[in-house]
Design a protein around this ligand. Structure first.
Ligand SMILES: C/C(=C\CNc1ncnc2c1ncn2[C@@H]1O[C@H](COP(=O)(O)O)[C@@H](O)[C@H]1O)CO
Length: 202
């Protein structure tokens, strides 16, 4: 995908190029303040470092937290949401953004995968898990080289990471090829890693 060159004066701290960072996370809010804070920190960092947010378009739950924090720090936002979820996930309560309505969850994922330079996954439920697996599958099958960084806040992804390790140990997942995802402990590490691993097309 292509990314826009920054105008003079605008932009990414440290002189890098702005990235389209797609954040996957729960539509629910979580009962953990640590997780909510990490969602907000992720959105804030994306804005503070001059990147753009792509996300699921919701205005509530962790999705809403990421989007509002990104918006408050000046990020441009693209929300991609299926029509049937628009009301249920309170897209009306989301910050100003370019909203892209799709006909299905499948089309939403296609847009996210095509439009982003990199992916950050926060805690979430089935939907987040599904999005993580979509990116991992594309990387595993050699169809994508875009990095996926999982923020393992409160150890919510421990079970998933351990399952992948087990599948590798039994050689049910190939050990060859590039890693299909990275796991970090904090939003700061996630955004820094994404910046390091991503070379947007010019
Ligand atoms: C059983 C699995 C996936 C099936 N479920 C979903 N697939 C795709 N997207 C979904 C699914 N359930 C909810 N969503 C949407 O994803 C966003 C995050 O949801 P979360 O469940 O809170 O993480 C949200 O917009 C959901 O509506 C596993 O393969």
């Amino acid at each position: 995908m292509t990314s826009t060159i920054l105008q003079p004066g605008a932009g990414v701290r440290g002189g890098g190029k702005p990235l389209e960072i797609c954040v996957f996370c729960g539509a629910g809010r979580s009962n953990s303040q640590v997780i909510v804070d990490m969602a907000r920190a992720t959105g804030r960092l994306i804005g503070q470092r001059g990147h753009r947010l792509i996300y699921g378009g919701g205005g509530s739950g962790l999705m809403g937290e990421v989007a509002w924090a990104a918006s408050e720090t000046g990020a441009t936002i693209r929300g991609i949401i299926p029509r049937f979820l628009y009301e249920r996930e309170r897209a009306i309560a989301a910050p100003a953004q370019e909203t892209h309505l799709t006909d299905s969850l499948h089309r939403r994922k296609e847009h996210m995968l095509r439009g982003a330079d990199a992916f950050i996954a926060l805690p979430g439920g089935y939907g987040t898990l599904d999005e993580i697996l979509e990116v991992i599958s594309a990387t595993y099958l050699g169809m994508s080289e875009k990095p996926l960084v999982i923020v393992n806040a409160e150890g919510v992804w421990d079970g998933f990471i351990s399952l992948v390790e087990t599948l590798r140990r039994f050689e049910l997942i190939s050990l060859a090829g590039q890693p299909t995802f990275h796991s970090v402990a904090s939003p700061e590490e996630a955004v820094s890693l994404v910046e390091r691993l991503t070379v947007p097309a010019t």
